[in-house]
Design a protein around this ligand. Structure first.
Ligand code: F6R
Length: 613
């Protein structure tokens, strides 16, 4: 959840390089930030509460002069877990003598016990963080070799970590390690980087090494040695990052979120490219590595995911059941992990995750594997932990998603689920003709989404009208039920308006009590099966004086006339309609938040990639 970046080398000025990289990482956490550099006379540290901008402003010319001979540095942007986001709690943390400085993502579960033991020995702690305990522990374990000290300290901790450490005695050396929280090493010419994800590395190198859990790396400008915690060398291959730097920049847009919403026609096209088999009326998803016989052997699917990816998974349930006749369960990943699920022969556990690092989804994958399920994933981030641990799956190819509110990942996840269901369907009861028909529908998805984006101004106008509401409901049925949930999630997370997504039929089982003239209801009233029923639900809302914003199909004649405002979506098949519809809701949430002056790319209390439970 927090962001780590570190640099060793003499090719660049360390402080501006690390600060620039921190800005690119800020989407992962943004409540406090800090930097530590390794200079000939020792370690210098600067920290602040607030965003990276505050840290940039704190770097005085005197401080820059003081650290001009630095040979390595570590930096961090935090999303607070232990202790509030104050300057003292910001990373890097050090031991008492400032011989070691450490940045850390994850949670040290047994930090209280370590802290108590060290305090009893007289060690003074200055922060409320779990991380500081690790810094003191490294100092206690140090016998002249930084890597050995870090390994010895890590052996005493339980929990999760991705860390980068520098020391006074070894200027130019960074020791990095991971367990449950990603660490990637950027390989350059006479320089090297360490980061928690590839986004800060894009301007500098495309060659990276992903550490595995329990790897520990000694990173020097010209040499990277990786071993396991028992000091046995391990070899990890150098991978190439396919993302372009431009993909991780705003490119003239006011926010990443709107850039990413607008990118969806292209992102969906990229997700689908080369994956539809127009001869056999099926899809080609090589990364799944399933033969037709393997597919035929899958008798049940459990989808595990969180947040927006969970909503995509709920659509997957409809797709697999309708197209492939396979029973599906969709689980909030944490629930899957803790409720002792039943896995039978032929159960496929499918994890869906944009980041590929979400802690609960990863834990669900591990639990499913342990219980003998076939595991697969749909991820966006190439080389992410979930993608690697499942070993088979499909990448979204959506490009980096930087805005904290997930948008293009959702539509691409849905597109991939549709392709998977097509493949599974063709191996079961779906005819070749039906396969062709579905492919020609799927091919329209990108254009349908573009059509909605072209009408963004009208959505903006409606969003402005309702931007001061304090509560919202989103209701839908069938394929548009998960879309209603996603619309409510988008609105609440970036505009801070209380918004609830409900199945339209569920409204009258309680929530309808909350409706009055101040509570707008967004009704998914597209021309899909069940429309007559949703119009009934819409009328129920109106009867309670709730303003109604109807999402309707172009050419609609009935839902419109009962609504205060409406947004038109182009006509499409049941399977594809969720895509243009959700894009309208993303735009609605975006313009509402903008009207309210919210911090759209970095909403309060949130962070991209939830790597803690
Ligand atoms: C909402 C959002 C989150 C994520 C969730 C799962 O806009 O971004 O709800 O969808 O944290 O993240 P991934 O897909 O990375 O596993």
């Amino acid at each position: 959840m927090c962001g780590i970046v570190a640099y060793t080398g003499k090719k660049r000025e360390i402080v501006p390089t690390l600060l620039d990289a921190l800005v690119r990482l800020e989407y992962r956490g943004y409540d406090s930030a800090g930097i530590a550099v390794s200079c000939p006379d020792g370690i210098e540290i600067l920290k602040t509460s607030g965003k990276v901008k505050a840290l940039q402003e704190k770097v005085s010319s005197d401080w820059k002069e003081k650290v001009k001979d630095a040979v390595a540095g570590i930096a961090h942007t935090r999303w607070a877990t232990h202790g509030p986001p104050t300057e003292i709690n910001a990373h890097p943390h050090t031991d008492e003598k400032k011989n070691f400085a450490l940045v850390h993502n994850g949670i040290i579960d047994n930090y209280s016990a370590i802290k108590e033991r060290l305090q009893a020995k007289g060690v003074k702690f200055s922060s409320e963080t779990d991380t500081e305990a690790l810094a003191h522990l490294i100092a206690e374990c140090y016998m002249g070799d930084l890597c050995n000290a870090v390994a010895a300290a890590l052996k005493q901790v339980t929990g999760t970590f991705g860390i980068a450490v520098i020391s006074r005695d070894s200027p130019g050396v960074i020791v990095a390690a991971r367990k449950g929280s990603p660490i990637v090493i950027g390989v350059g010419e006479d320089e090297a980087f360490v980061a928690s994800d590839v986004s800060p590395l894009l301007p500098y190198t495309k060659r990276v090494i992903y550490l595995n859990d329990n790897d520990i790396a000694v990173v020097r400008p010209d040499r990277i040695d990786i071993r396991n915690m028992d000091n046995i060398p391990v070899s990890r291959e150098v991978a190439h990052i396919g993302w372009d730097i431009k993909a991780a920049e705003k490119g003239g847009h006011e926010h990443f979120m709107i850039k990413e919403i607008f990118e969806q026609p292209e992102a969906i096209a990229n997700a689908l490219r080369g994956r539809m088999d127009t001869e056999l009326g099926t899809s080609k998803l090589d990364g799944l590595n399933f033969s037709e016989t393997d597919v035929a052997g899958i008798s049940r699917i459990i989808i595990a995911a969180c947040g927006t990816s969970l909503h995509a998974g709920m659509l997957g349930e409809y797709f697999f059941e309708d197209l492939a006749n396979i029973p599906v369960e969709v689980d909030q990943a944490a629930e899957f992990r803790y409720r002792n699920p039943i896995i039978q022969k032929g159960t496929l556990a499918l994890a869906i995750s944009q980041s590929g690092e979400t802690a609960d989804t990863l834990a669900a994958v591990r639990e499913a594997k342990l219980k003998g399920a076939i595991v697969a994933s749909i991820c966006n981030v190439v080389g992410s932990t979930i993608a690697r641990e499942t070993g088979r799956g499909v990448y979204l190819h959506a490009g980096p998603e930087i805005g904290v509110a997930s948008t293009k990942a959702f539509t691409c996840e849905v597109a991939i689920l549709l392709l998977m269901a097509l493949k599974f369907g063709r191996a079961a009861r779906l005819s070749r003709q039906s396969g062709f028909a579905l492919i020609s529908e799927i091919e329209k998805a990108s254009g349908l989404v573009k059509n909605v984006i072209d009408g963004a101004q009208k959505i903006e106008k409606i969003a402005r009208k309702y931007a001061r509401a304090r509560d919202f409901f989103f209701i839908g049925r069938g394929y548009l039920y998960p879309v209603a949930l996603e619309g409510a999630l988008k609105l609440k997370e970036i505009s801070y308006i209380h918004a609830e997504g409900y199945h339209a039929a569920e409204l009258k089982h309680g929530p309808i009590a909350l409706l009055d003239e101040n509570v707008p209801v967004v009704v998914m009233a597209n021309d899909l099966p069940g429309k007559d029923k949703i119009i009934g639900n819409l009328q129920e809302c109106r009867a309670r004086k709730a303003p109604v914003i109807a999402i309707v199909t172009e050419g609609d004649k009935d839902a419109k006339k009962y609504s205060d405002d409406f947004i038109e979506i182009p006509r499409a098949s049941d399977f594809v309609t969720p895509l243009p519809t959700v894009v309208a809701l993303q735009l609605f949430a975006y313009y509402t938040a903008r009207e309210r002056g919210c911090s759209i790319d970095q909403p309060r209390n949130l962070a991209k990639s939830v790597t803690v439970e």
